[in-house]
Design a protein around this ligand. Sequence first.
Ligand code: OSB
Ligand code: MG
Length: 367
Amino acid sequence: MKIERVELLHVAIPLVSPFRTSFGTMTTKDTFLLRVVTDVAEGWSEFAADPEPLYCSEFVGAAELVLRQHLVPRVTPEVTAAEVAPRTHAIKGHKLAKAALETAVLDAELRSYGMSIGAYLGATAAKVPAGVSVGIKNSIPELLGDVEGYLAEGYARIKLKIEPGWDVEPVRAVRERFGDVLLQVDANTAYTLADADHLRRLDEFGLLLIEQPLEEDDIRGHSLLAQRIRTPICLDESITSARDAATAIALDACRIINVKPARVGGYLEARRIHDVAVAHGIPVWCGGMLETGIGRGPNLALAALPGFVLPGDVSASRRYFAEDLTEPFELQDGFMRVPAGPGIGVEPIPETVRRFTTATKVLYARD
Ligand code: OSB
Ligand code: MG
C-alpha cells in the first residue's frame, strides 16, 4: 500500500467518573488518534498511553515525537501491516507507539479487501463475556455501591484495583456482600516481595488472579512470590512480547497472562502471545486501557480468539464515556458483541471526533 497521509489527532474526552489506580487518578481520556490514508483505503487507531508515563514508560508527547521522527519515516512511502514491525524493529522500545502505527495500517489494509480484524486474527466467537475494572475508592460503602451497579448491569467479572492500604478489606467486603462472583485484583506494581505474607491474606477469598503485584522488570520476584501465595499470578506490565511470555511461563512467574495489544506492539504480536500461552496451557484475557470505541472494537476481536478463556477488561462505552467516538458499545446479558465489519470494525463519527479534537498534526503528506 502507498501511504499518502498520516495525521495525528489529539483528543480529550471526559470520563464519567475519576478512575483511580495505584499509579494515579484519571479524569479525562487524553490521548491521540492516528489516521493513515493510503492509495486503497483509510485506517484508524488510538494510542493507548496517557500524557504522563505512570502506567508504563511511554506517554503522549514522546509517542508523537517518535512517530514523527523515527517510525512514520520507516513505513513511508509504501508498507504492509506485516512489514511495520520489522521495519521499525531497529527503534528500541516505544511499543505502544508502534502498536498505534501498525493498527492504523492494518485497518486500512483489511478494509481494502473487506476482511474484519477478527477473521484476520482467527477469532472464533461472535460475542465475549465482559469484565469491568473498578478503581480505588474513598470508602468501602462507595466501592460496594459501584460494584452493585456493575453487577446489576450484567458484568460477568469484577476486577478491583488495589494498593497497600486498599486490598484485603475491599476484597473481603465485596466477597461478603456479593458472594461467589468472579473476582480478581490488579496492583499495577504497587507491592514488593517483602509484602508476600500480607498478599497471602488474599488467598482465602478465592480470587481468579492477582495482576502485576511487583515491578514490571521483576520476573524472578513474581516467580518467588508464586511459591508463597496460592492466588494465581497474572502478568500485565511485565509482558511486552511473545518472548517475555515464554520466559515468564518457563520461570513460573505467572499462571495467567493479560494480553494488551498496545503494550506488546500491536495485534500481530498479541496473537503470538495467545499462541505461546495456548501451547503451554496458560489462560489469557484481553486487557484494556480505557479505550474509546476505536481501540475497543479491535480489542473485542482479539478477545474472541479461542485461548481468551477469561472475561477481559472489555466493558461498555458508558463505563467510561458519556459519549464515545464511535457508535457506543453496549453490554448484552453480560456479553459484548465482536464487531464483524471490515478492518477494526468500527467507524469514528466525524462530527464527534472533531468536537473532541484539540489539535491535528500532519506527520506525513506525500508530495
Ligand atoms: O492495569 O489493566 C491495567 C487502565 C489503564 C491502565 C492500566 C490498566 C487499566 C485498567 C482498566 O485496569 C482497563 C479498562 O477497563 O480499559
Ligand atoms: Mg493491569
